[in-house]
Design a protein around this ligand. Sequence first.
Ligand code: ATP
Ligand code: MG
Length: 661
Amino acid sequence: MLDFLNPPQRAAVLHAQGPLLVLAGAGSGKTRVIVEKIAYLIESGRYTARRIAAITFTNKSAKEMRERVAKRLRGELASEVTICTFHALGLKFLQIEHAAVGLKRGFSIFDADDASAQVKDLCGGVNAKPDDIEDVKNLISRAKNGGLSPEQAMAAARSNRERNAALIYGLYQARLTAFNAVDFDDLIRLPVQVLEENPDIAAAWRERIGYLLVDECQDTNDAQYRLLKQLAGPAGNFTCVGDDDQSIYAWRGANPENLSNMGVEYPNLQIIKLEQNYRCSNRVLRAANALIAHNPHEHLKTLWSDQADGERIRVWECRNSEHEAEKVAAEIQFLGNNKQIPWSDFCILFRGNFQSRPLEKALQMVSVPYHLTGGTVFLERQEVKDTLAWLRLLVNPDDDTAFMRAVQSPKRDVGAGTLAKLAELAMDKDISMAQAAESMGALAQLTPRAANSLSKFTDIVRALRHDMAGLSSGDFIRRMVKDSGMLSELRHQSKDEAAYQRRANNLEELAQWFERGPRGASAADMAGQLALLSRNDKDEGGNAVRMMTLHASKGLEFPYVFIVGCEDGVLPHQVSLDEGNLQEERRLLYVGITRAKIQLWMTYSKLTRKFGEHIRLKPSRFFEEIPAAEMQRDGADPVADAAHKQERAKAGLAAIQALFD
Ligand code: ATP
Ligand code: MG
């Protein structure tokens, strides 16, 4: 049994009592250990599936892990294991324990935009500078992730800037409470607070989650780490896996030191290291090892692989990003068509989403299908956000943000003046805006037109709320977009039929998304889940070339990988260069390089345009940290280059020929 694992992997799977940390480099099978361990814990009868929870970094990796576990286990067992992100687990926790923090059932989740809008308002509305708003938001978030209440944040503040932020934090939190809402940070902070303050609830949850597994542990922030400790309890029945060299979210509060501190808090912590890489060719691995060795290390990990040397890393110098994109697209088209490699075996990685445009264009030109992860701005679309605001309002009548959005879409005779009156009344009486809108007193203060329009709106809301229980979540969404008047408004606003169809399709996609949820999940349950889907997090690509940021590629693997835009100022990023903070950029490239199973390309441009001017670019300084022997530069080997060109020219001719056959 388990003989398909190497000895340290097997030891990690079999270690079922007490805390375990698997600390190992890229592609060494950490995620695989988690999957096998879930299966082992269940099959050996140590834990029932219901008592196991595995935490992943993104919803996408949760989905992937669920599929992998489903393949390993018989029947329905896999679906009983909790596999989700920290945030989804926090949400699940609060849906059960909401009363302990004074939340009512059906509370809303504010996404980053909702939170920004509130902070902006509290900072002085239109007069506030965007940078100041951002700064306050970050300080609030940092306080929340550090587990500080507004009062504690105030006590800890050391400058006027911090005092101001702490003040706004208090006001912001009061608003969230009034709206019966939480933000993303609260999904972690509040469960921690409940668990720390209520030993009986903590005991019940430790019983409920008997065994905890955490992937990508190097990217947990302090609040998440506290949640982990609370759920695991003193017995510490958990397995954490991570790689400090792949810590790439420090800018979002991730604290890889949690890994090194674990041994202090759990003296019986066992640490297992994995050194065999099963993913990459040896050349790719040597390049990655050499690069990351330039970061300071307490213990240098040496990864080895028993795979072949493989091809050298192809390094291409290009004129500009259009030229780069054309070369990449042509290479993929060639390999796909002539070597029968499926499109989904290719992945193009870049530092920022803005780099995708030339690539998309070039791939379209050669008719190669692609899927841009994070490019599905579907959830950011106005009509989708409007629909979700309606849903939120139906589930949670106290959600004033949702009320304001829903009452204005579709447009009705409810203007800013009316809304201001309602807000004032709500404040006076300490009720929600939705309640204010239904009170006779309020209607009497409004113009007859506004009052009439508003009562029509509340009628629709009431009727929809009544229908909600009887319909499946997908059908309910369809009913809602129709009855609310949103669909006819869309038709009205769209400049032609095609534009209307496109936007209506977004709503249909939303309905289908709801339908794909767990069986029996209500629209209300799904609304909570949806709020957690970040833009970077959908992966439905089919057979298409994958394109994504280096950050989004963590934990994934692809046979053929292109890293484009390897220029100083892009990778490493200019901001990091200015701050002298190269290490995280180096880890980011390390993550990118170690995604490649068979072959890797790294490309850069010589020129770019900025404000209409041509600017010279330098190749990334990281090229100097990769052994020259592992790279093959374009032009460095005229014979190989000529052969390469000839092969491609022949293929091109054949393709043209095929058009006429
Ligand atoms: P990352 O650090 O990038 O998240 P990881 O350490 O989680 O990587 P996995 O994704 O679990 O690594 O594994 C990398 C690849 O190696 C996968 O394709 C996996 O199936 C394979 N693999 C892992 N362990 C073994 C093994 N013992 N035998 C054969 N293949 C293995
Ligand atoms: Mg992994």
